[in-house]
Ligand binder design. Structure first.
Ligand code: NAP
Ligand code: ZN
Length: 337
């Protein structure tokens, strides 16, 4: 096997540099993907700067991958060479624990992430266990679909878990890579959607993605005016917020759900939880079967990421733009073939 060539970060917060590694022999259950596209998720930025204390350097980031199957291990029957496939945050799980057996592999305690202690998708190729390599439905364009492999499933899964339907009033906090897909999926489920954003310039786009209402979350009065208006709030922001104010936006039985991870502990008063049967929850990505379902829904209902494409070699430029919050709404790296 020839070396895999990519762009790696060698120290916390450092620029990406050309890097190659020998992937060794292909495992019996592994698949090797020739990468065409890879999205830049904000989690890549957290990993690059070691915000979560789990990064091991050098490593190649990237976990919103689309490409074609280049090689399959001797035991792989489900995928064929040349097939278009995707790979998201998770690249393996134990396969036999309670959660894996139930089809909730994303909750497996031995879960392996595509670019944590492994090399990810800012590269020409990547490997993963075949169970996590998902066929891409034909109608979906690669560039606008790569972000669905992490951002898309991360917002789709909680909408499904929480039974969002046409009677639901849904708030989406933070209209970035995750948030702009959450608006679209919540609309597919028939919900009435309110976007909460610190960027008034995003109002027009948020509405064109399907949000019926837009609240400037920097204006505490505007947030307060939403008191008791929503059934479900999905927060995608990675910054501390006035969570008590969002809890007040919920109707009785409502839920505040985290997919973005704020740096500080989430502190709220107990009274609104107890008096209104409200709950707080959170979730990590979704299982392989849920990813397949999400891609099928995206194909049939026209859900697409709004993307800005950069050549793989320009990954540092793309990352700087993501850091500044200037990308609408997902940067995608493309390999030239
Ligand atoms: P992103 O594209 O950078 O979007 C984040 C959005 O949050 C921004 O566009 C902005 O939206 C808002 N925001 C940023 N800074 C803010 C601040 N200081 N106060 C209030 N709002 C702020 O990031 P992303 O890729 O969507 O990822 C979002 C978070 O989800 C990251 O922390 C990431 O690690 C996490 N994540 C979790 C999972 C999971 O499995 N749970 C999976 C993927 C990602 P506005 O301009 O509209 O305010
Ligand atoms: Zn991600």
């Amino acid at each position: 096997m020839s070396p895999i060539k990519g762009l790696a970060v060698h120290a916390a917060g450092a620029e990406l540099l050309p890097f190659h590694y020998d992937p060794g022999n292909l495992g019996a259950y592994e698949v090797e993907i020739a990468i065409t596209h890879c999205g830049i998720c904000h989690s890549d930025l957290h990993l690059i700067s070691n915000d979560w204390g789990i990064s091991q350097y050098p490593f190649i980031p990237g976990h919103e991958i689309i490409g074609t199957v280049q090689a399959v291990g001797s035991a792989v029957r489900s995928l064929a060479i040349g097939q278009r496939v995707g790979l998201g945050w998770q690249s393996n799980s134990c396969g036999h624990c309670e959660w894996c057996v139930k089809g909730q592999e994303n909750l497996c305690l031995s879960s392996e992430a595509t670019c944590v202690h492994r090399h990810g998708g800012f590269a020409d190729r990547v490997r993963a266990n075949s169970r996590f390599v998902i066929p891409i439905p034909d109608p979906l364009p690669s560039e606008q679909t790569a972000p669905l492999l992490c951002a898309g499933i991360t917002v789709y899964n909680p909408l499904r878990i929480n039974g969002i339907n046409p009677s639901s009033r849904v708030g989406v906090v933070g209209i970035g890579g995750l948030g702009h897909l959450a608006i679209q999926f919540a609309r597919v489920f028939g919900a009435e959607v309110t976007a909460f954003s610190t960027s008034p310039a995003k109002e027009k786009e948020a509405r064109s993605l399907g949000a019926q209402h837009f609240v400037n979350s920097l204006e505490s009065k505007a947030v307060k005016e939403m008191a008791g208006a929503l059934d479900f709030i999905l927060t995608t922001v990675n910054a501390d917020q006035d969570w008590g104010a969002y809890l007040q936006c919920l109707r009785p039985t409502g839920t505040l759900w985290f997919v973005g991870v704020p740096p500080s502990p989430v502190s709220v008063q107990g009274f609104p939880l107890v008096s209104g049967l409200r709950t707080i929850g959170g979730s990590p990505v979704g299982s392989p079967s849920r990813i397949r379902e999400m891609l099928d829904v995206a194909a049939r209902h026209g859900v697409k990421a709004t993307t800005e494409t950069f050549l793989m070699a320009k990954a540092n430029e793309a990352i700087e733009k993501v850091k500044k919050g200037k990308v609408r709404y997902r940067a995608v790296l493309a390999n030239q073939f």
